[in-house]
Design a protein around this ligand. Structure first.
Ligand code: PGA
Length: 249
């Protein structure tokens, strides 16, 4: 049985103090509900050490890590540094990193390998832009992102990844992909993974949906075949709306 996962992506929001407060609230609510889903909060680097101290049931993730091991890379934070805070996960390949910081498939491939080498589990994001969707290139785009980003991993390493499908046009826009769009692409992704790594690996891979998922639409999205949870941006910044999404999975 593959894991159901709800991961919050705080992005560049909250001060350390606000983040600790939010994490405490999420932890308290998650501890109260009897839910088998794995709940993760992915926070800015600056918050990781402090947030790690106040969560227990909730797992910790970073939003990025460096593509190099260590050394003269001013401003970068390595996978081993992230792990040393207590974080277990790292979001890699988010469309905001791809678009605003020019993170190519090649750079992301290096990051994924460094994360894994440091026992940090990547939540690897893929997804098409609106132009690509309108040109009906979305299947091709997500397949290429997998092929170039992670398909040179061994099956054992690939099995450690969480995949998140996030159509760029749905992120932070209030516009979600509809049930049919989500189902067809998640099914396609599982097929592509099965072709590369075999049916067992594909069946065990958690594939999350992300993009304007909220308390009101989560239940419907999570009931879609081949959707194993969500990567949540805006709605993860309030403990109660995040919990409602956790309960929906
Ligand atoms: P959103 O962001 O839920 O605010 O659309 C999702 C994400 O970017 O991971």
């Amino acid at each position: 049985m593959r894991n159901k996962i709800v991961a919050g992506n705080w992005k560049m929001n909250t001060t350390v103090k606000e983040g600790v407060k939010l994490a405490k609230e999420v932890e308290a609510l998650v501890a109260k509900v009897n839910n088998a889903a794995k709940v993760i909060v992915c926070t800015p680097f600056t918050h990781l050490t402090e947030v790690a101290k106040v969560i227990n049931k909730v797992a910790l993730g970073a939003e990025n890590c460096a593509s190099e091991t260590s050394g003269a890379y001013t401003g970068e934070v390595s996978a081993s540094m992230v792990v040393s805070t207590g974080a277990k996960y790292v979001i890699l390949g988010h469309s905001e990193r791809r678009a605003y910081y020019n993170e190519t498939d090649e750079i992301l491939n290096k990051k994924v390998k460094l994360a894994l080498a440091n026992n940090l589990l990547p939540i690897f994001c893929i997804g098409e832009t609106l132009d690509q969707r309108e040109a009906e290139k979305h299947f091709e785009v997500v397949k290429t992102q997998l092929e170039k980003g992670v398909f040179d991993l061994s099956a054992a390493d690939f099995s450690k990844l969480v995949i998140a499908y996030e159509p760029v046009w749905a992120i932070g826009t209030g516009r979600t992909a509809n049930g049919q769009q989500i189902e067809e692409i998640h099914t396609f992704l599982r097929d592509v993974i099965a072709e590369k790594y075999g049916k067992t690996v594909a069946e065990e891979c958690s594939i999350l949906y992300g993009g304007s998922c909220n308390a009101a639409n989560a239940k419907e999205i999570f009931s879609t075949p081949n959707v194993d949870g969500g990567l949540i941006g805006g709605a993860s910044l309030k403990a109660d709306s995040f919990l409602a999404i956790v309960e929906a999975v």
